[in-house]
Design a protein around this ligand. Structure first.
Ligand code: NAD
Ligand code: UDP
Length: 335
């Protein structure tokens, strides 16, 4: 088998680290590029001794040169608190990062995949969201640096394809969770699990009636790699998410039940432009890639809870796991 040389930008992040690992497992060579804004060495430390893994500290807002066959462009903060921390930098990362990586792909005639997002649909007026829906995005709101940055990146990808024949691939990722999310990442699944494991208040923003569809990381990584392998003419965009839709309140209740936590639910102000609902129409991914997610919420939450339990124990943020009392997972007590 030919060993593909693969560049993964944002490779030390949550999704990037899983992608690097899967690509190495499949026998590819991996160049993992990251500026460590939200990524962590801890995510990829187990890969550092692999003979076909290379770690590069670099920021995609400046050009980068390497010889590679494929590029996965994941560099971008993904959690609202992180992408809103420095909105200008977020936009630069999306747009300048896309330009630099597309320029690289053009010189190399390499395949390049863009990790786009369901946020391109904004607060959607169509439900569930098919790829043909153009979205309902506020261009000057709190989320705009991310949403419009990702929309602009999609435009660049398609224009490089049309103008220069670059084999581009665009996937629109819906809320994805799993091990290696940062405990302070701020996204809902990690927040709720970390709060529940410490018996702290579970913070629901708004009344919790807004919905999201939650995809387990392993399903996404399989879809991502499959998308890269499609014929050069197939660009997408393709939705990738789990169509099972839950209210945020029901997610909180599920996490409390599964951790056996004593946490109480508290309600906080809903951030502006927070989408009311989100559910992917994945018929394109199913017909073109024969891909559909296999891991349902309960199973994925179980694996993610086990990960955070271990992490919090190691960091001594919780005391010990007790024996399960109610048929659910063990409970962890605050120190
Ligand atoms: P993450 O924050 O864990 O990972 C992002 C990585 O990009 C981090 O390692 C970070 O340090 C790196 N990075 C950020 N700015 C950079 C820059 N200028 N130069 C180099 N590296 C930079 O987030 P994630 O959840 O792993 O998301 C990965 C990608 O997938 C992002 O592009 C995100 O927009 C997209 N995405 C994720 C989700 C999700 O639910 N996880 C949903 C939609 C889209
Ligand atoms: N959310 C919440 N409590 C939290 C974190 C998030 O109620 O501690 C809500 C948030 O307002 C949104 C949903 O959960 O409605 C998903 O938020 P997340 O940041 O995970 O991703 P989004 O899909 O909004 O980008």
């Amino acid at each position: 088998m030919k060993r593909t040389r693969t560049l993964v930008t944002g490779g030390a992040g949550f999704l990037g680290s899983h992608l690097c690992e899967s690509l190495l497992d499949q026998g590819h060579e991996v160049f993992c590029l990251d500026n460590f804004f939200t990524g962590q060495k801890q995510n990829i430390v187990h890969l550092l001794d692999h003979p076909y893994f290379e770690l590069i500290r670099h920021d995609v807002t400046t050009p980068f040169y390497i010889e590679a066959d494929e590029i996965y462009n994941l560099a971008s903060p993904a959690s609202p608190i992180h992408y809103q921390y420095n909105p200008i930098k977020t936009m630069k990362t999306s747009l300048m990062g896309a330009i630099h990586m597309l320029g690289l792909a053009k010189r190399l005639r390499a395949r390049i995949l863009q990790a786009s997002t369901s946020e391109v649909y904004g607060d959607p007026m169509v439900h569930p969201q098919p790829e043909s829906y153009w979205g309902n995005v506020n261009p000057i709101g709190e989320r705009s640096c991310y949403d419009e940055g990702k929309r602009g990146a999609e435009t660049l990808f398609m224009d490089y394809h049309k103008q220069h024949g670059i084999p581009v691939k665009i996937i629109r990722i819906f809320n994805t969770y799993g091990p290696r999310m940062h405990p302070d990442d701020g996204r809902v699944v990690s927040n709720f699990i970390v709060q529940a494991l410490q018996n702290k208040d579970i913070t629901i923003y708004g009344d919790g009636s807004q919905t999201r569809s939650f995809q387990y990381v392993d399903d996404l990584i399989k879809g991502m790699i499959r998308m890269m392998q499609t014929p050069a003419s197939f660009t997408g965009p393709v939705n990738m998410g789990n169509p099972n839709e839950f209210t945020i309140r029901s997610l909180a209740e599920k996490v409390i039940a599964m951790t056996g936590s004593r946490s109480k639910i508290v309600y906080r102000q809903l951030p502006s432009d927070d989408p009311k609902m989100r559910q992917p129409d994945i018929s394109l991914a199913t017909s073109e890639l024969s891909w559909y997610p296999k891991i349902e919420l309960e199973e994925g939450l179980g694996k993610t809870i086990a990960y955070f339990e271990q992490l919090l124990l190691e960091e001594k943020l919780v005391e010990k796991a007790t024996t399960p009392t109610n048929g659910s997972r063990g409970r962890v007590l605050v120190k």
